[in-house]
Design a binder for this molecule. Structure first.
Ligand code: 13P
Ligand code: SF4
Length: 320
């Protein structure tokens, strides 16, 4: 398996040069999520959280003939729904998402039908079929604002992330019905392990993604999307930080504040101290080069589902 660690510096430079050449020749734009490897973030035209990437796809990225999404499949699907006339490519179409997988569309549909009169709010980390069953989508960056746009007594379903849903319930005073899904990466962070780390680094603010379980969220100095945590880390006067989210975000933190120390919060059941999303890490420079060169794997979405999913995606973009 190719990683940035078993490639020579010369190979890396040659790959980067090829990617830039292909990108220009084919009028392609490269989007990358904060969780992919740093070298992919560095070569991308736009790097961001799920919200920023969806916004980019809806705006400037649409000037391109080809959009490459370095992230996971639901992100490629969202781009394709927003830009149906573009060729949308992903470096590896095995890049799924455990959170999206925790919400099969047929089961979610049954749940929705069991609760008539409820408005369905879904996280973007879902299949196109689940999006199509939703009234509005959210990301971790706009979930609070969008939930608060509904009356206090509105009957709301929130899926699929029980942790994000429970966090939003707690900060908005809502009582949304939650789908019982979770992300395997964020679910593994441990409040006990963070408490131990905090003893060693008492001045370090704890930065927590809201996909983490409630005991971890309760330890946070800042809860937010990757973009929110990055902004906080760069603007804060603190010198060191404990970071409870996927490890890819550390790249931008270290790049933006090389004089600060960013400590990945360890999961309780691991000694490696790393918190990688195996799906995000399927993206590599070589696969990015190959997908630009061969124009495959291409993202395709069933047109009827895409049409149904576009409405809640656009509603999210309008409310953001
Ligand atoms: P952001 O909303 O911070 O981008 O994180 C979502 C996520 O889990 C991407 O996999
Ligand atoms: Fe999905 Fe979790 Fe990976 Fe994000 S970090 S893509 S939610 S599995």
């Amino acid at each position: 398996m190719e990683t940035c660690h078993n490639r020579t510096g010369a190979d890396t430079e040659a790959l980067k040069a090829e990617i830039l050449k292909l990108k220009k020749e084919k009028n392609a734009v490269i989007l990358a999520h904060y969780y992919v490897d740093g070298e992919l973030q560095d070569i991308a035209d736009h790097v961001g959280d799920s919200l920023a990437l969806a916004q980019k796809a809806a705006s400037t990225a649409s000037d391109a003939d080809i959009i490459v999404m370095c992230g996971v499949n639901f992100m490629g699907d969202t781009v394709k729904v927003l830009c149906p006339d573009k060729k949308v490519l992903v470096p590896d179409n095995n890049a799924g998402c455990s959170l999206a997988d925790s919400c099969p569309a047929d089961e979610f549909e049954k749940f929705v039908k069991e609760h008539p009169g409820y408005t369905v709010i879904s996280y973007v980390n879902t299949s196109v079929a689940v999006k199509a069953l939703s009234d509005v989508l959210v990301t971790s960056g706009n979930a609070r604002k969008i939930v608060e746009s509904f009356p206090q007594d509105a009957r709301l379903i929130f899926g699929p992330d029980r942790n994000l849903g429970s966090y939003i319930n707690s900060v908005t005073g809502r009582d949304m019905l939650l789908w019982d899904g979770a992300c395997h990466v964020h679910q593994r962070f441990s409040a006990e392990a963070i408490a131990k780390l905090k003893e060693e680094h008492p001045g370090a603010p704890v930065l927590v993604h809201p996909e983490c379980p409630r005991p971890v969220v309760l330890m946070a100095d800042k809860v937010g999307s990757t973009a929110v945590l990055l902004k906080y880390a760069l603007e804060s006067d603190a010198r060191e930080f404990i970071v409870a989210t996927e490890s890819g975000i550390l790249h931008q933190m270290r790049k933006g504040a090389p004089d600060k120390t960013f400590i990945p919060a360890p999961p309780l059941d691991s000694t490696c101290g790393c918190n990688d999303c195996a799906y995000m890490k399927l993206n590599t420079l070589r696969k990015l080069r190959d997908c630009l060169r061969d124009e495959t794997p291409e993202v395709t979405v069933d047109p009827a589902l895409a049409e149904a999913a576009l409405r809640p995606i656009n509603r999210m973009l309008e409310l953001s």
